[in-house]
Design a protein around this ligand. Structure first.
Ligand code: TYD
Ligand code: MG
Length: 455
């Protein structure tokens, strides 16, 4: 019987699927994100997705072992996972091509192979290429099995044969299922392949790690469409031209989503950055205007980063604004507050904001350092080397409390800072904290006065 191809429309932002096209996604409300896909009839899910056991059981009768985690020995990676891979879980590692996903996973095999067999399925590289890379990374274990295959059924058969403790699928965009007519990388293939791996992971208790490529503009067949199926989504971020990489959990059923792991890409593969603050502050200019150190917090971990601001007279009628490392609309908002509440004439200046080292900080505590770096450039006065800042700025120019002030201050002390400007409202959490000189301020105006001695 000739199979009928069905048309479906999938949102590239949230993965919402519909039989008809909408200009605006009914789920995430984004415009122009629905794209057309031809799908083959999904025989597989109907016939093979039957769970082995269908009876419900009382919660009290279910047992589990507390230590059912497999550590990969790379402590930055293990921390982001919440203490290692949970047995039988499905983990998604997403990132732009060339960022280092394959390198990270191959490196993690070094330790993983000590406790059991690891099956590394590569749909992108040949056996020889993988061998060359593994040799370069110093991985020689005989418990690491390489399988260059794209067919999901063949992979699952191989996995049943060698019963590994962990399967790495690199990447899901190259995986395909025979019964489906669409090509590898299409939304149907990606979804169904992920589903097949999920069932395998849950039924056999094998941990499966799936690698997925993502483009800056949101690949349609990308991680968004798989997020709900997997237990954890780890985003590997960074700029290909900057050595630092950040691994961040966007979803984790077995741990916190706040933790980050930091790596540096070197000739010998990825190296953990144990002291990110020191690395990010290295090379900070002395007595230059437009630079301010931000005490930010990533999960439970304080990280100091240098915020740079530059303003220069606009040549054109409408001034240019760029922000890298922070949210663009947040940056524009801070510029507007500086104009309206402090009286800086920024309307005739172009403004550029950058966080050094390719870091992305998305917490509000970076507001104050951003404002101070712009103020420093505008006034052409440097901020003292030993001074740092953190705090959220409200629309009236008031400073608002942020969490974790004690941890931020302890990190500043550790790296030799002697003063910090912070919101007055944070002081109640800091009773008896005498690490460094605290300069509490209640508004952006006061903060500028404290930094430069003028308004
Ligand atoms: P890769 O892991 O292949 O990226 P992905 O799987 O995310 O596409 O890493 C690609 C880049 O990493 C490549 O441009 C070369 C660089 N690299 C190093 O700098 N040092 C190394 O030891 C390795 C293995 C790769
Ligand atoms: Mg790769």
């Amino acid at each position: 019987m000739a199979s009928k191809n069905k048309i479906e429309y999938v949102c590239s932002e949230c993965g919402y699927t519909s039989a008809s096209w909408y200009g605006r996604c009914p789920s995430c409300k984004q415009y122009n994100t629905l794209q057309e896909f031809k799908t083959a009839p999904l025989k597989r899910s109907e016939t093979k997705a039957q769970p082995a056991q269908v009876s419900a059981v009382p919660l009290s009768s279910i047992t589990f072992d507390e230590d059912e985690r497999i550590c990969c020995g790379i402590s930055e990676f293990d921390r982001v996972l919440g203490g290692g891979f949970v047995k039988g879980s499905l983990v998604l590692v997403a990132g732009e091509p060339g960022i280092g996903k394959s390198t990270l996973l191959l490196q993690s095999c070094r330790e993983l192979c000590r406790d059991g067999v690891v099956l590394y399925v590569s749909g992108e590289e040949s056996k020889t290429q993988l061998k060359m890379r593994a040799t370069r990374l110093g991985i020689t274990s005989s418990s690491l099995y390489i399988f260059c295959e794209n067919n999901v059924d063949a992979v699952l058969r191989a996995a049943e044969e060698i019963s590994p403790s962990l399967v790495i699928v690199d990447s899901i965009q190259t995986a395909y299922i025979n019964e489906l007519q669409s090509g590898a990388g299409s939304i149907t293939q990606v979804k169904e392949s992920t589903l097949a791996y999920m069932q395998f992971a849950k039924n056999t208790g094998t941990t499966v790690v799936i690698v997925s490529h993502v483009n800056k503009d949101g690949n349609v067949a990308g991680p968004k469409t798989m997020e709900h199926m997997v237990d954890a989504v780890l985003n590997f971020e960074g700029d290909r031209h900057i050595a630092y990489r950040v691994l961040r959990a966007a979803k984790n059923r077995f741990g916190s989503t706040n933790e980050i792991g930091m790596f540096e890409m070197t000739g010998e593969g990825l190296v953990e950055v144990v002291n990110p603050s020191a690395a990010l502050l290295a090379g900070r200019p002395k007595d230059a205007s437009g630079s301010c150190v931000a005490a930010s917090l990533e999960g439970t971990r304080p990280i100091l980063a240098e915020v740079q601001g530059l303003v220069s007279k606009s040549v054109y009628g409408s001034p240019r604004r760029t922000a890298s490392g922070i949210d663009y609309s947040r940056a524009v908002l801070i510029l507007a507050i500086l104009e309206k509440r402090v009286g800086f004439k920024l309307g005739v200046y172009d403004a550029y904001i950058n966080i050094v080292g390719g870091m992305y900080i998305d917490e509000p505590a970076v507001d104050l350092p951003v404002a101070l770096s712009i103020a420093s450039s505008y006034l052409e006065k440097p901020i003292p080397q030993s001074l740092a800042a953190f705090g959220e700025i409200g629309l009236s120019g008031e400073l608002r409390a942020v969490n974790g002030a004690v941890h931020r201050i302890a990190e500043l002390k550790r790296l030799g800072f002697s003063k910090v400007i912070l919101p007055k409202t944070c002081m109640k959490d800091l009773k008896g904290c005498s690490y460094i000189e605290l300069i509490p301020v209640s508004s952006l105006r006061e903060a500028i006065k404290a930094s430069f001695g003028e308004e």
